[in-house]
Design a protein. Sequence first.
Length: 153
Amino acid sequence: MTPDTPPHVHTVGHSNLSVERFVALLHEHGVTTVVDVRSTPYSRRFPWFARERLARSLAAEGIDYVHMGEALGGRPREADLYDAEGAPDYGRMRRTPGYAEGLAHLTTLARQRRGVCVMCSEGDARHCHRTHLLAPDLLRAGVDVTHIPRPQD
């Protein structure tokens, strides 16, 4: 990365992809580090995306794995971070020390490495906290953001 080049982060949702197709998608976009922002990094329907299993699959492909779901996940544990209807309140989440620290860590990763990609399970970025919470804050921090579209089957 040159001093003139702004840091960049991709985002992706694993959705119902096979792990092989998911890894191929990461390689297609030059991803070298996956930052998992799932609050609960497990899937009963797609067990190959369980935290430990995914980390091993990515390592075998030369891709680093970092879990940051506690700080940057879209489903916080604290009940006061939800609105009256039970939806996550992104404004409140942004004001927590953990979120600020997580965002600072992610921004630092983006400045230090090429190929950083934020991952969660939602395949459509338009319906995901990657778009409504993380991307605006990354952009404000001077980090370019590109959402990797879900491949058509």
